[in-house]
Design a protein around this ligand. Sequence first.
Ligand SMILES: [Zn+2]
Length: 120
Amino acid sequence: MAGSNANPHITEIQAAISEIVHTIPVGLVFDSHFVITELMARQDNIYAKFSAAYSILPKAHSEISKMIDGCACERLLHSTAKLNSFSKNVRDNASLNAAWIRLKCKNKTCPICKPTRVTG
Ligand SMILES: [Zn+2]
């Protein structure tokens, strides 16, 4: 039983999302509209295959947003609330969107950062 991981393209799209997040300079703020626009521009095939598994696009985009978490970044927080951006979505409508801040990657096995090997 695959449960919520039923989409067979999760691994591919997670790698693509991680790559995009890694292109953002450390310390800068971004939102999922940026990540989705970049996915469509750089990895249109993966994005299309992943999104086809959902009956409505906002559901696919919501899943993509969840995958941004833990990807060398974290949700932008105020002391009392999560902070949002205001930017255009893929339908060219400006709307509120979850905002993240890019952090230094802490994943010691990150295939993008390729940290120095300690053994070999
Ligand atoms: Zn990394």
